[in-house]
Design a protein. Structure first.
Length: 509
């Protein structure tokens, strides 16, 4: 005869999501009647299958499981209209049943639970634990119980006690005060990303300068030139010269990677560097799928999206970058749901001037119509959204000699310059929370934060006519000049800053 008696219990869990997790009330009701075990509240297949996982986990822990009960068991997930996905509800399911069946007695107020149960009662890691921790902080919960593997990322959120749990029995013993768990307080260190330092790249001083400006203001940049001139090395050097993420950015980026299942360390302290292959599909780059999932543009949030062989990407995929490059977010709509994901990244595009890469030299064998077709793969709207077009020419052989002295600024020096420029931008935008770098400015922000001298404005107006700049190109030139002025520690944009910014707007491609 089962010990299970009639009863009702409620504990609290959460549905991980971007940009915010959703609080879910997990209610268990046990009444007399024919045996049944039902989960209601729009559960997906993974949530439905929790019935078997939870039953086996409870039985193997030494307690009476729902499968052995001769009662009707109903577990309700509220709010009912919210789609429940994943295995994060296993732990609250089990605790709600144990409390309703009077096998365990504890106070659920102020406590939030999340975790996947194995059949033997151990607790497995879940996706999106950090978004649940942020929810717990926002909603005033004081204790969060998560799998031990997820405790490191959750430690980025302050003000709550995080308990890393490894099994159902450990959780029960803590809640019943039989054996107390220790809260998680130590962050694990994260290995530094392997990047190409700038001083390992010989020559290409103009391209290095362009990369420094782009990184300082998070501007989009295109590197074009013949094959083998160092375009890819320059792009990868961006990972070395970008400053560390701020505390808020660390939480933001780690949350995204946790939800996507791409988190390899406890948390992310360096800007992400994403390198999708040119055969990447629309859904993998922008996001999508049957159930909306973040794509590469979202995984590159606050970091770099490097598109090597840019014209070789499918034209529809390239054009899909219009929205994230302009609005810094991407909207994904599917039959089973829609979502708006953050996508504030710095685009680095590497491309050749023609299919063979040697346009304008005796080595080029491309027919003019093939060159035109190749270049048309980059549409005008996309090209206009790229702030800087930088030529990476072939290097003289003497520069490549093993005995030649390596040129270029050291990575640490450039990073310091960029950090100083970023600090100036944060100070300038202290009263505008929607702005973090110069690239984030809209037209109305430019009027407030990008002060041009009269001479600089005359220079811009004259060049805008000769270069036939669009309204977007006009504003982006100002933002780029503002970044150059920040690197020079100048309070206002001078003509020299504007001229340098305008030099990057002209392109041969």
């Amino acid at each position: 005869m089962s010990k299970t008696t009639s009863g009702f219990a409620r504990v609290f869990g959460a549905q991980p999501a971007l940009p915010h997790a959703h609080l879910v009330s997990v209610e268990c009701d046990i009444v007399k009647g024919l045996h049944a075990f039902t989960i209601v509240g729009l559960p997906d297949k993974a949530v439905e299958e929790a019935k078997d996982r939870v039953s086996s986990a409870i039985r193997n822990t030494g307690l009476d499981s729902p499968k052995r009960s001769n009662k009707k068991i109903v577990i309700s997930l509220a709010p009912a209209e919210l789609k429940k996905e994943g295995a994060a509800f296993d732990l609250p399911f089990a605790l709600a049943f144990l409390r309703a069946s009077a096998q365990v007695s504890f106070e659920p107020k102020g406590r939030l639970f999340a975790g996947e149960l194995s059949l033997d009662g151990t607790i497995q890691p879940i996706r999106g634990a950090l978004s649940i921790a942020q929810l717990a902080q926002t909603k005033g919960y004081t204790e969060l119980f998560v799998p031990a593997e997820n405790a490191g990322e959750c430690s980025l959120v302050s003000g709550i006690d995080i308990y890393p749990v490894t099994s159902l029995i450990d959780t029960v013993e803590h809640l019943t005060s039989k054996k107390k768990l220790r809260s998680y307080t130590i962050r694990s260190s994260r290995k530094q990303d392997k990047a190409t330092p700038l001083d390992e790249i010989r020559g290409q001083e103009h391209a290095k300068r362009g990369l420094e400006i782009a990184a300082a203001g998070r501007h989009n940049i295109a590197l074009y030139g013949p094959p083998g001139t160092g375009k890819t090395m320059l792009a990868r050097a961006a990972a070395a010269i970008l400053p560390d993420l701020s505390e808020s950015e660390m939480v933001e980026v780690t949350t995204i990677h946790s939800l996507a299942g791409a988190l390899t360390e406890s948390y992310i302290s360096r800007p992400p560097f994403r390198t999708p292959h040119h055969t990447a599909s629309y859904a993998s780059l922008i996001g999508g799928g049957t159930v909306p999932r973040p794509g590469e543009v979202t995984l590159a949030h606050r970091g770099v999206l490097f598109c090597d062989e840019f014209p070789e990407f499918h034209r529809d995929v390239v054009n899909a970058l219009r929205e994230p490059l302009e609005d810094r977010v991407v909207s994904v709509s599917r039959a089973k749901g829609s979502a708006i994901y953050p996508a504030n990244f710095m685009l680095i595009a590497a491309l050749n001037p023609c299919p063979c890469g040697f346009w304008g030299t005796s080595r080029c064998e491309c027919m003019p119509h093939l060159v035109e077709k190749y270049r048309r793969k980059i549409s005008g709207p996309i090209a206009d959204r790229i702030d800087m077009w930088v030529t990476v020419p072939e290097m003289p052989l003497e520069m490549l000699s093993l005995k030649s002295r390596r040129s270029g600024k050291e990575t640490e020096t450039v990073r310091e310059h960029i950090s100083k420029a970023r600090k100036a931008q944060r100070s300038r935008f202290s009263d505008a929370k929607h702005l973090t770098t110069n690239a984030d400015m809209k037209a109305k922000d430019i009027e407030a934060y990008a002060i041009l001298t009269d001479a600089a404005e005359r220079t811009l107006m004259s060049a805008a006519q000769s270069l036939k700049l669009s309204a977007r190109g006009f504003h982006r030139s100002i933002k780029l000049a503002r970044t150059i002025a920040d690197l020079a520690s100048s309070a206002a944009v001078e003509p020299a800053h504007m001229l340098e910014a305008l030099s990057y707007r002209s392109r041969e491609f």
